[in-house]
Structure formats: C-alpha cells, structure tokens
Write a protein that binds this ligand. Structure first.
Ligand SMILES: *Cc1c(COP(=O)(O)O)cnc(C)c1O
Length: 388
C-alpha cells in the first residue's frame, strides 16, 4: 500500500493513462471489450488473466472507484454497485443461505430494515435486532445459524454511535461476518476494518459523490468474501454504470476537503442549536453532550455532516418549521454540498410503525439536517428564522 497520505491517494491513485496521455481520467462508456484472438477470448473467459470483458463484470471506471475506496478503507478488494441498496442486498444475498440468521442493530437505514423484514424472509433468512445501548445483549441473540453481525455508525437519522471495537470483539469470538454500513461517516472519518469489520458498505450517493448527482454503492473487505459477492453480482447485474463510476471517482478527489468543511459547519450548527430555546434536544457525535461522545472520538476523525434535533411543540411545530425554511432544501438526500432538512417521521422512516419509531428515537418533532457547504452564517440564519 502506498505511503502517501489519504488526500494524495484520493487524487493520485487513478487509472493508468491511455495512449492519448490525458491528464484527467476518461470515461469508458463501453458495454464490452474486444479480444485479440481466439486464444485471448478463451483465456479471458477462463479467467486465466485479469482483464475487462463486459461492464456487468468490471469496467475501468468502476475499477478505479473500487481501487480508491479500497485504499481509503484499508480493504483488499471490492465491488461497485448501482446504489447503496444494491450493495446491501447483493452482499446479504451472496453470503447467506436459506435458514441463516442476521443479528443487526435496531437503528438502521429504513430500506435495509424493510429488506430484513419484508423480503429476506421469502428466502427463509431471519434477523434479530439488538439495541445499540445494550451491546451486552448481542450474545444472547446469536444462534448456531447466525452468520452476520450488522450495524451502522453514526446511525440514521438519530446520529447515535455504535461502538465498532466492541462489535469487532463479539464477531471474532462467535466467528460472525461483521458488516458495517459506513455511509454516514465516509472513509475519510472512519475505517471500520481497523476495528474488526470484515466488510464495509457505502451508499456512494451521499458524501462520496457529495454533490447530489449520482446513485452509487460499494462493498469492500476481505478478498474471499468479495469473491463471493463478485460471483453473485456478475450474474445478477447490479453493477455501477461507467458514467456514474467516473463521476464518483472524480468526487473522491475532493472528499477530504469537502468532509472537513461539512464537519466544521455541522459542529457550529449543533452548538448554535444546543443553546436555542425552541429546541428540546440536539444530537451530534462531536458535541460533548452526546451520550457516546467518547466512543465517537475514539473511532471517528470528526462528527460527520448530520445533526438531529427536536423542535419544541411536536408535529405542528415541526411542520411549521419545514414550511418556514427558505434557503435549505426539503429533500431526502444527505451528504450533499446543499444543506438539506428532512422530517424522518413522515419520509425516510414513515414505513416504520409508531412503536418501531419510538424504539429508535424518531419523534414527530425530530428534524434531520444534512449540513452542506454553504457559508455557515447563512445556514444558521435560515434555521434560526424558521424556528422563530
Ligand atoms: C442512503 C443510504 C443507503 C442506501 O443508499 P442508496 O444509494 O440510496 O441506495 C444505505 N445506508 C445508509 C446509511 C444510507 O444513508
């Protein structure tokens, strides 16, 4: 692995130049690649050589994206997907057999929860949830059929923190595959493999692209697990498009500077909200008042781009707040250069029952802010006037 630092690798670890000696990496919009002769064709399909054959299997642009993320996460191998959910689904589908069991954190992305609850049972794959404040209950949920331990940190939308090192210890002891959805942190802020994760999943749609343009997903980790995911995915076809791979590989060149500013702005907004009289509570991993502040400091470089808070006055006050926002976007994305406010209870987590929402701390007055790259004074001014 290169001894250059993160920022340098993100920029310099790129595809070899073609004979045109271009400076910026070109786009390889091609569905297939040609063979030189009959022997080359045979050897390529027999996988006697590493080369691109068909863009459902691999493509120079997705290879560049995978190589960059592997280097950032300290992973051996990876596969790039059309979206974060394609990565989540394909990872589970390739590693699990009928009868297998997943132990997962209760606080996970809404679509991942729906996958576990509504679809994986069709293939006789079951799950149990643990509460992230009660990691000592995990062992009681593990059965002889448990294969995967799964969590996100920070969590969506409550920005709670899961102790990755503790999960690593449990996974190792019980021989489970530890999978971490690292989307909220990005590989710049946190590298779960250091704490014992076998696989790391990202929705590249969020901080990685960071400009709200493309959907993308990726799973990286150990060579043997990625090989299984690759075998499944090259047949089932969830591959990332070369165009999106090109866009997101470029985006990774600026990941560090963007995320630094996201975190600086988010911390300032969190500090502002903490003193605000119209706000019940604020949660941000790098606020000292966050219950898992010490763990966040241990495993993250900074607190990330998402701040959660509760407007006083419940649903009515919440709706008034959203209707009064002028500058920020009302949207469901996050990690974008544009600041976004979301109402989890009526959008991303509306499919959860009221009890399920209560269990994961999603209240009617809860607001999730993905703090963007506008000037922090303007972000704060808009939120301040909407709270009034
Ligand atoms: C958005 C998101 C996903 C899904 O990614 P898509 O690119 O939208 O499919 C998965 N996990 C987390 C934590 C997310 O925020």
């Amino acid at each position: 692995m290169s001894k250059n630092k993160f920022e340098t690798n993100a920029i310099r670890n790129q595809l070899e130049r073609s004979q045109n000696l271009e400076h910026s990496v070109p786009m390889y919009l091609t569905s297939s690649f040609v063979f030189e002769d009959a022997e080359d064709m045979r050897a390529s399909f027999a996988e006697e050589k590493e080369r691109n054959i068909y863009s459902r299997y691999s493509n120079p642009n997705s290879n560049e994206f995978v190589d960059k993320v592997c280097q950032m996460e300290g992973a051996e191998a990876g596969f790039a997907f059309a979206s974060g959910m394609a990565a989540v689904f394909s990872t589970f589908a390739s590693l699990l057999d009928s009868g297998d069991h997943i132990v997962a954190a209760r606080n996970i992305f809404g679509s991942t929860h729906s996958l576990f609850t509504n679809f994986l049972p069709k293939w006789n794959i079951s799950h149990s949830y643990f509460k992230i404040d009660e990691l000592d209950t995990i062992e009681s949920l593990i059965t002889p059929k448990t294969k995967i331990l799964y969590a996100e940190s920070p969590t969506n939308p409550g920005v709670d923190i899961v102790d990755l090192e503790a999960l690593g210890v449990i996974a190792k002891k019980h021989n489970l595959i530890l999978i971490i959805d690292n989307c909220f942190a990005s590989p710049y802020l946190q590298q779960p493999i250091k704490f014992g994760a076998d696989l790391v999943i990202h929705s590249g749609t969020k901080l990685m692209d960071g400009q709200g343009r493309v959907l993308a997903g990726i799973t990286v980790g150990s060579k043997d697990l990625i090989e299984k995911i690759y075998r499944f995915s090259r047949i089932t076809g969830p591959a990332l498009s070369p165009f999106n791979a090109w866009v997101i590989s470029k985006s990774l060149e600026t990941l560090a500077v963007r995320v630094d500013r996201h975190c600086e702005n988010a911390l300032k907004l969190a500090e502002f909200l903490e003193g605000h009289k119209k706000v019940n509570w604020v949660r941000y991993p790098f606020l000292k008042s966050h219950p898992k502040y010490e763990i966040a400091k241990k495993q993250m470089k900074a607190g990330g781009c998402v701040v959660a808070f509760e407007v006083k006055g419940g649903l009515d006050a919440g709706q008034k707040f959203f209707d009064s926002i002028k500058l920020l976007s009302l949207s469901a994305n996050l990690g974008d250069s544009r600041s976004i406010v979301t109402h989890p209870a009526s959008t991303t987590h509306s499919k959860l029952s009221i009890e399920e929402r209560a269990e994961t701390g999603i209240t009617d007055g809860m607001v999730r802010v993905s703090v963007g790259l506008e000037h922090i004074d303007d972000i704060i001014r808009d939120i301040h006037q909407a709270l009034k």
